[in-house]
Design a protein. Structure first.
Length: 435
């Protein structure tokens, strides 16, 4: 991923140095296990650890690969240059390249998961804080982009919190799904390597042995992992789209923080554009771009082909680096987001009282009016408010049929805003628990 949308900790996981270090650890731990089983001499296994502090020369490995056309063999050749060809002759005993490549990839994805989990947790903290802060900040709810009924800004933050909390559970499950390793040899039968070697290597790397591999770890695991990343990206976009809507000039109920010296437009100095959340919408597309290729990687020929390999070399780093950046960016947006309660009230009152139409409808039906007749009575008054910008309550009070059915006092009572916030505490307890 390009540096503009990258953070160092996640980038480091996918660096060639990190990859070769993991490859080395897989090979060294495998040698230890084979020495313990008496398959190779202990001194040869110990000799491999002479390279434990080596900074592997990426350029040298690339140079060897240019000749061998095989990345694992190039690495093993370079390792022998440090360990000694005689001492290294038992390295990779009974193993196949996928034992190294697949196990390494899953180590990297597990480490990436740990960073992403921390990112989601930080976002949850920000969403919860803002939800509590604006628990009773009333704003109009919208369906189809049209005013519906009153809600609160706190409930808006709370629903995003609940969604991200589900994503946290999904991500933890995806981490578990991907945390397997395979040291099972050609076509996965353990014909040339003891299963106990796999158990030892996986234990050292924090993985579980893959119950049954072919020559590769099954790619349904990876499909599930990247699908979860895609869902999280979509949830990020869900939040971003709401903020972008709120920042529109004619809405302006909330906005990204605009720092001192920041410029919104090269042409129009008055502009404050929602560039961060627009950026998040774009980044979400990039993460979701990995999902279909990951699913297509599931169907491989027989015990192994490498059609998945080129895909994963791209989507592994790109999806995790991008999502990590997006989570951090959204956390910052939520943390500093400006909220304008008065604008929320002003927007709701652009068509005075109209958001109370359902209360009046229900009251009429409870007063004995048929639903069809009640709907007609309410709608004819509501349409006047839409078309003439009059006051809905005044229209109802001037409608003899409505007054006859409800009475003046009952009509006035239907415009109490507290009616719409009376269960906010109940919802908050469901989302956040007792606090």
């Amino acid at each position: 991923m390009i540096p503009r949308y990258s953070r160092p900790e996640m980038v480091a996981i996918w660096s060639p140095q990190t990859k070769f270090r993991i490859w080395y650890e897989i090979e060294a731990h495998a040698c230890d296990a084979m020495a313990d089983l008496g398959v190779i001499p202990r001194e040869n296994a110990d000799a491999v650890w002479k390279a434990k502090d080596v900074e592997f020369d990426v350029a040298r490995i690339d140079e060897i690969e240019a000749v061998t056309k095989h990345d694992v063999i190039a690495f093993l050749t370079h390792l022998a240059e440090h360990v000694g060809s005689e001492e290294a002759r038992f390295v990779h005993q009974g193993m196949t390249s996928s034992d190294v490549l697949d196990t390494c990839l899953n180590v990297q994805l597990v480490r990436a998961s740990d960073i992403l989990i921390k990112g989601v947790e930080a976002l949850l903290e920000a969403l919860k804080r803002r939800a509590m802060e604006h628990k009773m900040t009333v704003r109009v709810g919208r369906s189809h982009g049209i005013h519906a009924e009153p809600t609160t800004m706190g409930l808006t933050f709370a629903r995003f919190y609940a969604e991200m909390d589900r994503n946290l559970a999904r991500l933890k499950a995806a981490r578990e799904e991907i945390a397997t390793g395979a040291i099972s040899g050609a076509v996965g039968t353990f014909a040339n390597i003891d299963p106990r070697v796999e158990e030892h290597v996986c234990a050292k790397l924090g993985l579980s042995p893959e119950p049954i591999s072919t020559q590769v770890i099954p790619r349904d695991r990876h499909a599930m992992f990247f699908s979860v990343l895609g869902v999280i990206a979509s949830s990020i976009e869900n939040v971003a789209i709401e903020i972008r809507h709120m920042q529109r000039t004619e809405v302006l109920e909330g906005a990204e923080f605009f720092s001192m010296g920041q410029k919104g437009s090269s042409a129009m100095p008055h502009k404050k554009n929602p560039v961060l959340t627009e950026n998040l919408t774009g980044l979400a597309r990039l993460v979701r771009m990995s999902v279909i290729p990951a699913m297509e990687n599931v169907a491989l020929w027989h015990e192994r082909d490498i059609s998945h390999s080129s895909v994963e070399r791209a989507i592994g780093p790109d999806a995790t680096i991008t999502l990590d950046f997006a989570l951090a960016r959204l956390t910052g947006v939520i943390d500093k987001m400006l909220v304008f309660p008065q604008n929320m009230l002003d927007n709701m009152n652009k068509f005075p009282g109209l958001v109370m139409s359902q209360r009046v409808l229900l009251a009429l039906t409870q007063a004995g009016v048929s639903r069809e007749a009640a709907y007609s009575m309410v709608q004819r008054n509501a349409l006047k408010v839409w078309e003439e910008r009059t006051d809905f309550r005044e229209e109802l009070l001037a409608d003899k049929e409505v007054v006859e059915a409800l009475g003046v006092e009952a009509i006035n009572e239907k415009f109490d805003m507290d009616y719409h916030t009376k269960n906010v505490d109940v919802i908050f307890k469901r989302v956040f628990g007792e606090s």
